[in-house]
Design a protein around this ligand. Structure first.
Ligand code: SF4
Length: 368
């Protein structure tokens, strides 16, 4: 556990969910499969869940450390409201320890080491509407660890007709899964490799809980979800491992879950590895298509493999340039050439005339 000096008054802290008291003033957090046992005055592995006075509190609640408006394709989601903007936020901390983290400046920070802004769930929704975003993404760090805030934003968003998106490592317990995923509309789940050796050594976690999350999403929710695999030279780019990953997706989730192979760039503790060559991504995509997957994309490089092709007749349905949608030929979610229905969420359902929530303060200094 992490030693923590907590200077906040208990009254100003947000009590966490998914915990139980233990002997000696310790608490057990069962939000993620780490199952941290946290002593008085300490934080869990993720830094932002703290034991103060024998109770667990969430330091991430209403305290985003990163706010930005992104294209939805950057999450990446290619079958969810293409070409729209998504109001994106993240806090400090993370429950994984990935050596290749590309947001390590916040994910490896304690909440008192980052510059956070206080924003209520209702104000997050009002800001999304003010900036013309039909959806809100919980992203940049792992949103599971601030699940209480996620749930309250989702509830306010649903009332206002705004969609919500988890960009997640999928490391969550059964006890918390439905509390969070029954509220969200879409997710992108990182499947970071396909061996427990890779997960243990490079992310300090385990593979099986992530696979469990993917099967729960498929079998027990209505969440639209896509999968990302960051391909890192020499660590998880073995063609046999990639084939096993693709075959597992086909067998357990079906052919229509989009899979994104994305390029690694040296960062954080993995600066000795080269960038992923485009040929490696091409080979991974071919393995996925050969395994029977219908929608296999390449990302973090400029490529035609960012386009959506009809699995029925092969025509380009959505043409993308980096994260921009250049052409969208879908007609009511169908291929205009062969009429095949393409799985995804293609239209924004916010009813015109729905009242917009009022902001409780100006936020003019956010510079979004
Ligand atoms: S959410 Fe944080 S405190 Fe809770 S079990 Fe996971 S790492 Fe530990």
């Amino acid at each position: 556990m992490q030693d923590l000096k907590i200077f906040q008054k208990t009254e100003s802290l947000h009590e966490a969910r998914w915990w139980e008291p233990m002997s000696g003033g310790r608490v057990h957090c069962f939000l993620c499969p780490r199952h941290c046992h946290i002593g008085e005055g300490q934080a869990g592995f993720c830094f932002i869940r703290v034991n103060q006075g024998g109770k667990l509190y969430s330091l991430g609640y209403a305290s985003p450390a990163a706010l930005q408006i992104d294209p939805i394709e950057k999450k990446p989601l290619n079958h969810f409201l293409p070409g729209t903007r998504v109001f994106s936020l993240g806090t400090a901390g993370c429950n994984m320890g990935c050596f290749f983290c590309q947001n390590w400046n916040i994910s490896k920070s304690k909440s008192d080491q980052t510059h956070s802004t206080q924003i209520s769930p209702e104000d997050v929704v009002a800001l999304a509407i003010r900036y013309g975003c039909p959806s809100i993404a919980f992203t940049y760090n792992e949103p599971t660890i601030w699940g209480e805030y996620v749930i309250d934003i989702c509830r306010a968003a649903r009332e206002a007709g705004i969609h919500t998106v988890m960009v997640t490592n999928g490391y969550i317990t059964r006890e918390a899964f439905h509390d969070i995923y029954d509220q969200v509309d879409a997710a992108n789940v990182d499947l970071k490799g396909f061996t427990d050796e890779f997960y243990g050594r490079i992310t300090l976690t385990h593979l099986q809980p992530v696979l469990d999350t993917l099967t729960w999403l498929k079998n027990e929710t209505r969440v639209w979800f896509e999968i990302t695999n960051l391909v890192i030279p020499t660590l998880n780019d073995d063609p046999d491992e990639i084939r096993s990953l693709c075959e597992w997706i086909f067998q357990h989730l079906g052919p229509d879950v989009p899979l994104h192979f994305t390029a690694f760039h040296p960062d954080f503790k993995l600066r000795d590895k080269p960038k992923t060559p485009p040929e490696t991504l091409d080979a991974a995509r071919k393995i996925g298509l050969d395994a029977g997957l219908h929608f296999v994309y390449e990302g973090n490089i400029l490529t035609d493999a960012a386009n959506t092709f009809c699995p029925g007749c092969g025509r380009v349905l959505i043409r993308r340039g980096w994260h921009d949608v250049m052409e969208n030929h879908l007609k009511e979610g169908k291929c205009p050439s062969c009429g095949l229905a393409i799985p995804g969420v293609w239209s924004n359902t916010r009813a015109p005339g729905l009242p917009s929530p009022k902001l409780s303060q100006s936020y003019d200094d956010l510079n979004l």
